[in-house]
Design a protein around this ligand. Structure first.
Ligand SMILES: Nc1ncnc2c1ncn2[C@@H]1O[C@H](COP(=O)(O)OP(=O)(O)O)[C@@H](O)[C@H]1O
Ligand SMILES: [Mg+2]
Length: 242
């Protein structure tokens, strides 16, 4: 008899089969994860896969968009077969243009961006009034770039992750910043989406950099952005031998 690693701890599906395989069963719930990658690598799509999977199970999910206006996202995701016009999907539009929900009313983006604390407060208010199981912040990039008080940000970030653990929420934060920083150390897992140029061809690769509490696939695996979302080829390699 042998046991599978996935038996040891409960796992939740990311909504992407190949990624669940790379994670040896899925994400460990109640923890925070960072999804890193350049523009257009599929971070938002991955995050929506994750949220739709929760909805499929009848869970309420919370999505905070800081870059792409919610109405545009709705259109894009519809094309991929994700209908986020679902009562279980709560979206907060905190983008510089477009509609904002009342909590951000009168808040200029610049002001808001400087205040990670304000963002955290808004999220916690939501979690206090309703039970959400999955939360996405997409992306944290601008908030972070405009931060003035690094120490304050660090303190708020640590406090936020601790609080989320109490709410038993699984959090995905996306980021376009490549370098390793505070978030990488504090979250339970880091997943990177990258593009490579191999023999003049652009190839997309996904890599798990860290996953606390679990073993994981350490290979870079190829993935594609398709009209059904992200497809990960967890049995394939992107580097072909000579
Ligand atoms: N049907 C599709 N087939 C192939 N690629 C697509 C399709 N729909 C969207 N894409 C690609 O997906 C990418 C957008 O992914 P997105 O999740 O928004 O990335 P990110 O959030 O990292 O910027 C774009 O590069 C776009 O070209
Ligand atoms: Mg995006």
């Amino acid at each position: 008899m042998y046991f599978k690693e996935s038996d040891i701890m409960t796992r939740i599906s990311t909504g992407i089969e190949g990624l669940d395989k790379m994670l040896k069963g899925g994400l460990i719930p109640g923890r925070s994860y960072l999804i890193k990658g350049g523009p257009g690598t599929g971070k938002t799509t991955l995050a929506i896969h994750f949220l739709m999977e929760g909805i499929k199970n009848g869970e309420k999910v919370l999505y905070i968009t800081l870059e792409e206006p919610l109405d545009i996202l709705k259109q894009d995701m519809k094309k991929l077969g994700f209908d986020i016009d679902n009562p279980l999907f709560m979206g907060i539009d905190a983008t510089p243009v477009g509609e904002r929900t009342h909590i951000f009313e009168g808040t200029h983006y610049e002001e808001f961006a400087k205040s990670f604390g304000e963002l955290v407060k808004a999220i916690k208010e939501r979690l206090d009034t309703e039970k959400f199981t999955r939360v996405v912040i997409d992306p944290i990039t601008m908030v972070k770039l405009t931060i003035e008080n690094k120490l304050e940000y660090r303190r708020t970030f640590i406090g936020f992750l601790k609080d989320l653990a109490k709410y038993n929420v699984t959090l995905l934060i996306t980021s376009e910043l490549h370098e390793t920083d505070l978030e990488d150390y504090l979250v339970s897992g880091v997943i990177e989406l990258k593009t490579y140029e191999i023999a003049g061809k652009v190839v997309r690769g996904i890599k798990i950099l860290k996953f606390r509490g679990s073993s994981f696939d350490e290979q870079i695996r190829p993935y594609r952005l398709t009209d059904k979302g992200i497809e990960i080829y967890s049995e394939e390699n992107i580097f072909v031998g000579d």
